[in-house]
Design a protein around this ligand. Structure first.
Ligand SMILES: Nc1ncnc2c1ncn2[C@@H]1O[C@H](COP(=O)(O)OP(=O)(O)OP(=O)(O)O)[C@@H](O)[C@H]1O
Length: 695
C-alpha cells in the first residue's frame, strides 16, 4: 500500500457559483505509484493544472478523496504542501529581481537544506540543466532558461513527489531528452520511492512514462502503461489512441442530449491489462477500484483543523532575505518609498493652514475729507489688495465679474455720523448708526476667504478706533469688544488649522502609504504566481505576512523619521510631549495600514476589485471625517462610526502629546494607544485568517 504515491477517488472540483459554475474535475480517479513516472495527457483546459493543484494541496476539492504520500494534502505535520513535493507550475513563477543562486538558496532555506547541501545541489542543477552563471538575474534570462530555473527549483530538495506542469515547453529537443533521462534515472534508481507526475502537450513524449492518464473534460478516459494501451488498442501512437478515446467519449455525450451523462457515474467495470476489445469503449478505463481510501492514510491524524501552526523562524528569515534582496535591487523604488510621505507632508504644510493673502477688495470712499481715508489706510495691506473705485455700481460689478472678493464702502457722512455715534449715545438714530458703519458686500462662496476678510476688516476697525480714541485722549481699549481672551491653557493664542490637522494627516499618510505598498507587493507576488509557489514549498501565509511586516517596518521607520523631521523641525508643528510616543503612534498606524493592505490583496481578486474600490474610497472618507473636522461637528450616527476607527483616536492622542505635552497617564492618549494596538492586532489576525482561507 505504501507504494501508492498519489491516490484520488471520486474527485469533483468546480470554479465559480450559480450560473457561472464551471465543473472542471468530475469523478476523477487516479493512481500514481512510487518509483514511476506518470504522464498526464489531455487537451488544453481539460483540468490538468487544477488536478495538480489539488494534489499539492493548493486547491480544496468540492468532494472526493486525495491521498498524497500517505496522507491528505494539508494534513497537520504532513509536508504536502511542503518539502515532500517539488512543483513546477506552468507559469515561470520566479523572482525576477533575484539571481539564480538567490532563487535556489531561497527555496533551499525553506526546505531546511544545509548550506553545503544547497551548494552541491545547485552545482549539480546548474550543470545538468545547462543553466548560465549562478549570479545572473532571472529577469535577464531567456524564456527557456527561466523554465529551466523553474525546473531546478522543483528538483532542488529531491522531493518524494515531483509534479511538473509542462516542463518541456520552450525547451530544445536535446535538453528535453536530458530532462526525461534525468526523470527516468530518478525513478529507476534502486529502491526509488520518488513518483513523478508530468503533464505535456507532446503526447508521444509521454511514451517514456511508466503510466499515462488520458484526460478529457475533467475525467480520466484511460490510465495504463503506454505499451498496454497500444497493445489494447492495436495502435502504435498514443496520440491516435487518445483521439479514438476522445471520439468515443464525444459519442457518448452526443447520444445523451439530455445531458444525463454530464455527471458521469462511477464506472462499474475496471479494466487493467484486460483482453477487452476497446472498439466502442465508452467507459473510462481505470486501473483499480480502491474504495477504502483511508487504508492509504499512514498517519491517523487527518485534516488540519488549526488555522495557524507555529510560524517557523527559518521560513520567515528566508522570506525576509528575499524581501531585502528585492529592496536592494529596486533601490530607486525604495528611495521613492522613503521620500514619498515627506513630499506629501511638505505639500500639506506648504499648502494647508496658511492665511490667504493679496485678496482684491473694491474700495469706495464717498467722503471727500474725513476719517474714511484713515480707516482705509489701516486696512491690512498684506491680506487686502485695495482696488479703488469711485462709483459703487462699478465696484459691485467687479465682484459680480469675479474681479474682486467684495466691496468696502464708506458713506458720505461717515466722519460726522461716527462722532454722533460716540458723543451722543442716548440720542443716536438708526440712520446715523448706518452712516457711521463701514458697508461690506462680500462674495462668500469661499468660506476661508470670507472668514479671513471679516477677521481682517474687524481688526482693522479696532486699530482705527484705537487711534481715534487716543486722539481724543480716551483709553484706546474702550474700542474693544467687552470680551477678554486670556492666555490659553493649552495651545497658542493664535491657533492654526495646519497644527490642528497635522497629526491626522501624518497618520493618514503613513497608513495609506503602508496599505498601498503592501497591497502592491502582495498583488505582484500573487499575480506572478510567486506567492503560490512559496506556499506550495511549505511557507505558511502567516509567515509570509510576518516577514513582510518585518521588512516593511524598516521602510516605515525611515518614512516616519523623515516625516517627523519635516513636520516638527522644518514646518514647526508644535510639540511638547515625549516624541517617542508620537513615533510609536505613527508606527502603529503604519502597521494597521500594512495589515489592511494584506487583507485587500488577499480578498480582492480581479473580479472583486469593486470591494477594494469601495473599501479604499469609503474608509478614507471616514478617517478624514474623524480627523479633519472636530467630532463634535459630525452627525452623531457618523461620529460613532468615525471614532471606531483608530485614526481618530490616534490623532486625538497625538494632538494631546504634541500640544498638551501630556503623558501616557492621560485618558485620551491611553485610549489612542489601546484602540490603535487592538485594531492593529485585530487586523493582523484577520489578515492571517483570510490568507489562510484563501490559500
Ligand atoms: N481560478 C479559476 N477560476 C475559474 N476558472 C478556472 C480557474 N482556473 C482554471 N479555470 C478553468 O478551468 C478549466 C481547466 O483549467 P486548467 O488550468 O486546469 O486546464 P489545463 O488542462 O491545465 O489547461 P492547459 O493545458 O492549457 O494548461 C479551464 O476552463 C479554465 O478556464
Amino acid at each position: 500500500m505504501s507504494e501508492v504515491a498519489v491516490l484520488t477517488r471520486h474527485l469533483y472540483k468546480s470554479y465559480g457559483k450559480g450560473k457561472t459554475k464551471l465543473e472542471v474535475l468530475k469523478d476523477l480517479d487516479m493512481t500514481v505509484t512510487r518509483g514511476t513516472i506518470y504522464g498526464l495527457l489531455g487537451p488544453s483546459g481539460c483540468g490538468k493544472t487544477t488536478l495538480l493543484r489539488c494534489i499539492v494541496g493548493r486547491l480544496q476539492v468540492d468532494s472526493g478523496n486525495i491521498i498524497v504520500l500517505g496522507n491528505r494534502p494539508g494534513a497537520r505535520g504532513h509536508e504536502v504542501p511542503g518539502s515532500l513535493v517539488g512543483y513546477m507550475p506552468q507559469e515561470i513563477a520566479l523572482f525576477n529581481k533575484m539571481t539564480i543562486e538567490e532563487t535556489l538558496s531561497y527555496f533551499g532555506r525553506i526546505h531546511r537544506m544545509s548550506r553545503s547541501k544547497r551548494k552541491s545541489r545547485m552545482e549539480f542543477l546548474l550543470q545538468f540543466l545547462t543553466l548560465p552563471e549562478a549570479d545572473r538575474l532571472v529577469e535577464n534570462l531567456s524564456g527557456g532558461q527561466k523554465r529551466r530555473v523553474s525546473l531546478a527549483v522543483a528538483l532542488l530538495q529531491e522531493p518524494e513527489l515531483l509534479i511538473l506542469d509542462e516542463p518541456t515547453v520552450g525547451v530544445d529537443p536535446i535538453l528535453r531528452e536530458r530532462i526525461w533521462e534525468h526523470l527516468l534515472r530518478i525513478t529507476r534508481q534502486l529502491n526509488s520511492r520518488t513518483a513523478i507526475i508530468i503533464t505535456t502537450h507532446y503526447i508521444e513524449e509521454a511514451r517514456q512514462a511508466d503510466k499515462v492518464g488520458l484526460m478529457r473534460n475533467g475525467r480520466l478516459l484511460a490510465e495504463d502503461a503506454p505499451n498496454n494501451l497500444m497493445n489494447l488498442y492495436k495502435e502504435d501512437s498514443l496520440e491516435t489512441i487518445f483521439l479514438k478515446l476522445c471520439h468515443a467519449d464525444q459519442n457518448t455525450y452526443n447520444l445523451d442530449p439530455k445531458g444525463e451523462n454530464q455527471k458521469p457515474k462511477k464506472p462499474t467495470m475496471k479494466m487493467v491489462n484486460s483482453a477487452h476489445d476497446p472498439a466502442g469503449e465508452t467507459t473510462p478505463l481505470l486501473q483499480q477500484d480502491w474504495e477504502d481510501i483511508d487504508a492509504f492514510v499512514q498517519t491517523p491524524q487527518q485534516k488540519c483543523h488549526c488555522l495557524f501552526g507555529l510560524p517557523s523562524p527559518r521560513n520567515i528569515f528566508a522570506q525576509f532575505l528575499k524581501n531585502i534582496t528585492f529592496m536592494k535591487r529596486n533601490i530607486g523604488f525604495l528611495l521613492f518609498q522613503f521620500i514619498l510621505p515627506s513630499i506629501q507632508i511638505i505639500l500639506f504644510c506648504v499648502c494647508i493652514g496658511n492665511a490667504p493673502y493679496g485678496l482684491k477688495m473694491a474700495i469706495v470712499n464717498n467722503e471727500t475729507q474725513g476719517l474714511g481715508q484713515l480707516f482705509i489706510r489701516e486696512l491690512d495691506n498684506e491680506t487686502i489688495d485695495k482696488v479703488i473705485y469711485k462709483d459703487m455700481n462699478a465696484a459691485l460689478d467687479s465682484v459680480r465679474h469675479g474681479e474682486t472678493w467684495g466691496v468696502i464702502g464708506i458713506g458720505q457722512n461717515f466722519t460726522q455720523d461716527l462722532f454722533q455715534r460716540f458723543t451722543n449715545i442716548s440720542g443716536v438714530d438708526n440712520q446715523t448708526l448706518d452712516g457711521s458703519s463701514v458697508q461690506l458686500y462680500l462674495d462668500t462662496t469661499n468660506q476661508q476667504i470670507t472668514l479671513q476678510l471679516q477677521e481682517t476688516i474687524t481688526s482693522s476697525f479696532q486699530a482705527f478706533s484705537e487711534i481715534l480714541l487716543k486722539t481724543f485722549n480716551l483709553n484706546p481699549n474702550l474700542g474693544q469688544l467687552p470680551i477678554k481672551v486670556n492666555d490659553p491653557i493649552y495651545g497658542s493664542k493664535d491657533p492654526n488649522f495646519r497644527n490642528f490637522i497635522a497629526p491626522g494627516i501624518i497618520l493618514s499618510i503613513t497608513f495609506f502609504m503602508a496599505t498601498g505598498l503592501t497591497t502592491l507587493s502582495f498583488v505582484i507576488e500573487k499575480k506572478e504566481g510567486l506567492l503560490d509557489r512559496s506556499l506550495t514549498a511549505g511557507v505558511s501565509a502567516f509567515e509570509i505576512l510576518l516577514a513582510h511586516v518585518f521588512t516593511q517596518l524598516f521602510v516605515l521607520i525611515v518614512q516616519v523619521t523623515l516625516v517627523m523631521v519635516f513636520a516638527l523641525a522644518v514646518f514647526e508643528v508644535p510639540y511638547k510631549g515625549p516624541l517617542i510616543w508620537v513615533i510609536l503612534l505613527v508606527l502603529g498606524q503604519g502597521f494597521c495600514g500594512m495589515t489592511l493592505g494584506v487583507i485587500f490583496s488577499a480578498v480582492c481578486e480581479e473580479e472583486s476589485s469593486a470591494i477594494q474600490l469601495a473599501l479604499g474610497s469609503v474608509y478614507p472618507m471616514l478617517i478624514l471625517s474623524g480627523i479633519i473636522w472636530p467630532l463634535e461637528a459630525i452627525p452623531e450616527w457618523l461620529r460613532y462610526v468615525s471614532i471606531c476607527l483608530p485614526q481618530t483616536y490616534a490623532a486625538e492622542a497625538m494632538r494631546c502629546v504634541l500640544s498638551r505635552g501630556w503623558t501616557l497617564l492621560d485618558m485620551p492618549v491611553w485610549r489612542g494607544y489601546l484602540v490603535n494596538t487592538a485594531w492593529s492586532f485585530g487586523l493582523l489576525a484577520l489578515a492571517g485568517i483570510i490568507l489562510k482561507i484563501k490559500s
